[in-house]
Design a protein around this ligand. Structure first.
Ligand code: GAL
Length: 337
């Protein structure tokens, strides 16, 4: 399948869809899906050194999330965004992110390897990580630079010296324990804004995320709030339902994916179905990402990074919501609100 790559401007993402059949599994009917809808699943507990292809390469608005820890005896580790994966000759490394712990002042070096030669090093002191710490590092790829946050705080930005469109491989080497690597989209509704995206950790087999899963919303929902649900569709799925319930256990908002007829729909409290017109994006054993943005008068929906319209709901009804429920044939990695 062709992969869409390169420095697309954020606002143009919906207009540059190319179509592919690569999400098909045996027995599935032909149903072309735009490449930009396909998400790379997270990887849990990979063995380091770990090298993986970045599906579709990197583009503006994409994020790579790294959850892990620094071993007590660590000297250094590195996260390389590489242009290819050959061993010999060495591939160019567009972004080399290299925390070093073995000196008296732990620091981070970033650099670019071009044609076998390291360029001028950029150095950041005051590394907010120590030996023995666990961390969540987020790489956010912007127009001109990559921003890196550590444990929710912005740490550095590094200006690209090679085009982002050349990067197709992630390499993780050195003294690091990796719990999870995630490949995420920024919230399509905040593109262009100055909001710094926060990474929410992935949990593997957490009792809190066991399906059916219920999360309390003690103060209801209010404009600007975002609900993020990330997970994996199970084998032979039947349905997936996300509903928001109020104190009286009414569900003014229900989103349902039915695998039998491959439809995604809003379900009214009276059971009426309002189909959402978009390619059916839930596939057995594939990663998915549902994002709901509360705004005045309703909730905007994005699936796998693509905006798919909104459902109306008055402010009072939003405030009265008390419970987010998720049920069906999915394994959840992250529910955040
Ligand atoms: C070198 C080191 C490389 C890389 C590079 C970055 O000294 O051997 O692994 O970290 O610095 O500038």
């Amino acid at each position: 399948a062709s992969q869409s790559r390169g420095g697309r401007a954020p606002g143009t993402r919906n207009c540059t869809l190319s179509w592919s059949f690569c999400t098909m599994l045996p027995g599935e009917k032909l149903d072309p899906i735009p490449d930009s809808f396909i998400l790379q699943p997270p990887v849990f507990h990979p063995v380091v050194p770990y090298v993986t292809t970045i599906f579709g390469g990197l583009h503006i608005g994409k994020m790579v999330m790294l959850q892990g820890g620094v071993p007590l005896g660590a000297r250094r580790f590195q996260v390389d965004f590489q242009c290819g994966c050959s061993l010999c000759p060495r591939p160019d490394i567009a972004i080399h992110f290299n925390p070093r712990f073995h000196t008296s002042k732990p620091h981070v070096i970033c650099n670019t390897l071009h044609g076998g030669h390291w360029q001028r090093e950029a150095r950041w002191p005051h590394l907010p990580l120590q030996k023995g710490d666990s961390f969540l590092i987020l790489f956010l790829f912007g127009n001109e630079d990559v921003k890196v946050s550590v444990n929710g705080h912005h740490f550095l930005h590094y200006r690209y010296r090679l085009p982002l469109s050349r990067v197709d491989t992630l390499g993780i080497f050195g003294d690091i324990v990796v719990e999870a690597v995630g490949f995420l989209n920024i919230n399509p509704f905040v593109e262009g804004s100055r909001e710094y995206p926060a990474g929410h950790p992935f949990l593997l087999r957490s009792p809190r995320l066991e399906v059916p899963c219920s999360c309390a919303l003690p103060r209801g929902l209010w404009p600007g709030q975002v609900i993020v649900v990330r997970g994996l569709v199970l084998q032979e799925p039947k349905d997936f339902t996300l509903s928001l319930r109020d104190e009286a256990a009414h569900s003014p908002v229900t989103l349902r994916a039915s695998f039998a007829d491959r439809t995604l729909a809003w379900i009214s409290p009276w059971g009426r179905k309002k189909l959402i017109s978009a390619p059916f994006l839930f596939h057995p054993q594939r990663f998915f990402e549902v994002l709901l943005l509360c705004q005045e008068g309703g909730l905007k929906l994005a699936l796998n990074g693509q905006g798919l319209g909104a459902t109306t709901l008055g402010q009072q009804a939003l405030e009265r919501l008390r419970d987010l429920r998720i049920s069906g044939s999915v394994q959840l990695y992250c529910v955040h609100y």
